[in-house]
Design a protein around this ligand. Structure first.
Ligand code: NAD
Length: 715
């Protein structure tokens, strides 16, 4: 019985294997499909009437990759390296059997073929690919902590040479049909409607059931091994590049590089075996679990709006109002117009509103120069953005996003003016980074329609939007907010109201820790480099300069005023105060901060730091500095979870990686706690509380959770 592949044989003896996973929009290599494929290959091999076979897909794409459902839980199920090796060998065995069964296999690649999908194609003897510009080939496994474990690291270099193959395997380079043809990854490119005929023609006219690497005397194009000068250089440079980029936090690129190097100097079967060994090591490890779960499974679910309240009709924004055409308003206008939404961009004076629109113009100019856009498309996008000072222009907006100064009174003023003109049914969202939504909604006559939509800067590059539910926000407002985030192709997380919500609150703990360490006399270069070694995008002092010390100062002073005597200043605040009040070094935008910014040259740490905070003779180990930065953010996230700011660990993880660049190898803040082990995490925090102060103190709730051994992610 075969559920996933339609198998037929025509009068010429050509078998067709049409992959069609029931109930799914895409084919993925799940156990059932692999087992059916194996059975079909045996039929082709055994049936004397069958001369050869075509593999095709009944879906709009070919095969999106392997089914990660099983793999993502491998670490938690205690899958061993050996079992991981066997999993890879099983799939490799099916593909190898097809390649060596004596019958020729052609594949009609009608669209996307990624990961295991491309590996299946590479094991076929002849590849015809559609000329559809949307079709792509690629091996993205490294980006989720794995390596191509079904022959990708062995067949691709044997086909196109090691250097070019490494571009696809290590950098996740995607190949469109023309490029795939030029590189020799496919034999032919044809219009979609002709794929099957071309594959057939090859099978009937010039079939060859032997792969190039199975021909005696085969050599890898360009050579393999350290004795080939070019390869020696490729691997030497490649290894140091990978080490420099990953700081050894990501085992997958090193594993893939090793599999290519070691595998390509051996016969194909040994090479495939070597690949499986590296695959087994990776898939049974915690980094692959973290990356697969957060970057693929949970991000995918977030993009499909897993948190959307049920039973509310799907919505679409056609006209959007933006209040405030500053840095954020201008960015939101660009991404919205890019999604085809008509935007009214309002500011207090027309010049400011026009400057907001000019921001899109600048981005589009660059896009045209790089060949990503055309003059025509750019003009169409710009024509959607209408700069104004007139509230009446907001009439008919389904959604309005407020991005004026971070000041309650100003925000209240624009809310009232806007509500006077927008439809009753419209949603009002604030892009505040710190002010609680419930409080801001008090200025609204329709608090049920009031939500927070917290974007990140620069808006056109940052993939996340944090949706904040106020106490009175309705399910409909949340659903429509999520629909809009999906419409502009960003990833949403949903959090509950609190000062700084989730991302701003947790992100700032590590900059605060960086400044605290500076004041303690820890070498600022050590602080900055430790952050990079943990694979954080930039050091905490550099980040502080970027967001400006001035902003940190203003937010803290506002909070202090709000809370009065009960307010406790962060341990790093004296540093901010000194830099803003005494030194007038307010950050990058002001030309100076923790760094100097000489024009046209690289920034460097301000030498005056040494006088201000003399460096202690005895410096901590790098790992201790790394731990202080990561543990503070993870602990603050646990507090958010305890307080109900976060409802789901997946939101915490996605928010931390895509919102502020918490290292992806950790899987995000709560996955980090689970990965080091919750008991170990609490023990380290206890030690740090004694060493550095109460900001590392764990709550009874977290301690009890540790005693129970209960991770955040339920396995
Ligand atoms: P900005 O100073 O660059 O821009 C604010 C804009 O609002 C200015 O153009 C100003 O003229 C306009 N404005 C002020 N009062 C107005 C009024 N009454 N009516 C209409 N327009 C008015 O500020 P920004 O960085 O774009 O931040 C805007 C909001 O977004 C703030 O609430 C901020 O906390 C939040 N935010 C900022 C960032 C960031 O990284 N900068 C990130 C997330 C959220």
């Amino acid at each position: 019985m075969n559920n996933t592949i339609q198998y037929t044989v025509d009068n010429d003896g050509i078998a067709s294997l049409v992959l069609d996973l029931p109930g799914k929009s895409m084919n993925v290599l799940c156990d059932e499909l692999i087992s059916d494929l194996s059975a079909c290959i045996e039929k082709v091999a055994a049936d004397e009437k069958v001369k050869g076979a075509i593999i095709a897909s009944a879906k709009t794409a070919f095969v999106a990759g392997a089914d990660l459902t099983e793999l993502v839980t491998a670490y938690d199920r205690g899958v061993t390296t050996q079992q991981g090796y066997e999993w890879s060998q099983a799939l490799t065995g099916v593909f190898r059997r097809m390649e060596t069964c004596g019958k020729p296999f052609a594949v009609a690649i009608n669209g996307l073929a990624l990961g295991g999908g491309l590996e299946l194609c590479l094991a076929c003897h002849y590849r015809v690919m559609t000329d559809d510009p949307k079709a792509q080939l690629g091996l993205p496994e490294v980006s989720i902590g794995l390596l191509p474990g079904a022959g990708g690291t062995q067949r691709l270099p044997r086909l196109i040479g090691i250097e070019k193959a490494l571009g696809v395997i290590l950098q996740g380079k995607k190949l469109k049909s023309r490029e795939a043809l030029e590189l020799g990854v496919v034999h032919e490119v044809a219009p979609d409607g002709e794929l099957l005929d071309r594959a057939r023609a090859w099978l009937l006219n010039t079939p060859d059931p032997v792969a190039p690497w199975d021909v005696k005397g085969f050599r890898v194009p360009g050579g393999a091994g350290a004795m080939t000068p070019k390869n020696a250089q490729t691997f030497m440079v490649g290894t140091s590049l990978v080490a420099g980029m990953t700081h050894h936090n990501y085992p997958a690129p090193i594993g893939a590089l090793s599999a290519v190097y070691e595998g390509c100097i051996t016969p194909i079967d040994t090479g495939l075996d070597i690949e499986s060994q590296y695959f087994g090591e990776l898939v049974s490890g915690v980094v692959a679990r973290n990356m697969m779960r957060s970057l693929f499974v949970n991000k995918g679910a977030a993009d499909k709006l897993v948190r959307r309240p049920a039973g509310i009709e799907k919505s679409k924004v056609t006209k959007l109002g933006i209040l405030g055409a500053g840095m954020m308003g201008a960015g939101i206008a660009y991404v919205s117009a890019k999604a085809g939404i008509q935007v009214v961009l309002l500011d207090t004076d027309l010049e400011a509103a026009k400057r907001g629109r000019a921001y899109s113009e600048g981005l589009l100019k660059k896009a045209i120069q790089r060949g990503y856009s055309t003059q025509e498309k750019a003009e169409a996008l710009l024509s959607l953005i209408h700069p104004t000072t007139d509230y009446a222009d907001l009439e008919g907006c389904e959604l309005v996003i407020e991005a004026v100064f971070e000041n309650r009174e100003i925000k209240a003023g624009v809310t009232a003016k806007t509500e006077a003109v927008i439809p009753q049914s419209a949603i009002f969202a604030s892009n505040t980074s710190t002010l609680p939504i419930t409080g801001l909604a008090e200025a609204s006559k329709r608090p049920a329609s009031f939500i927070g939509l917290h974007f990140f800067s620069p808006v056109d590059k940052m993939p996340l939007v944090e949706l904040i539910k106020g106490e009175k926000s309705s399910d409909e407002a949340i659903a429509r907010g999520l629909d809009y985030i999906q419409q502009i192709r960003k990833t949403p997380i949903v959090v509950n109201d609190s000062p700084g919500f989730y991302t701003s609150r947790c992100f700032s703990t590590s900059t605060n820790e960086g400044m605290t360490m500076l004041a303690e006399g820890i070498n600022p270069a050590l602080i900055e480099n430790a952050a990079k070694m943990a694979s954080l995008p930039v050091g905490p002092l550099a980040v502080m300069d970027e967001v400006t010390l001035d902003l940190g100062y203003k937010i803290t002073m506002q909070n202090a005023r709000d809370k009065g005597e009960s307010y406790t200043f962060d341990s790093g605040f004296p540093v901010i105060r000194k830099f803003v009040e005494d030194l007038d070094r307010k950050g990058k935008r002001f030309g100076k901060g923790f760094y100097e910014y000489p024009e046209g040259e690289k920034k460097y740490l301000w030498p005056g730091l040494a006088e201000l905070y003399p460096v202690k003779e005895e410096q901590p180990p790098v790992q201790e500095v790394i731990d202080r930065l990561l543990y503070r953010q993870a602990l603050e996230t646990a507090r958010c979870f305890e307080e109900g700011v976060l409802d789901h660990p997946a939101d915490a993880d996605i928010g931390s990686i895509f919102g502020w660049g918490f290292p992806p190898w950790t899987g995000g803040t709560l996955s980090f706690i689970d990965s080091v082990g919750i008991q170990h995490f609490v023990a380290v925090c206890d030690r740090m509380t004694l060493a550095y102060g109460p900001r590392f103190k764990v709550s009874d709730w977290l301690r009890e959770r540790a005693i129970r051994g209960e991770p955040f992610h339920q396995v």
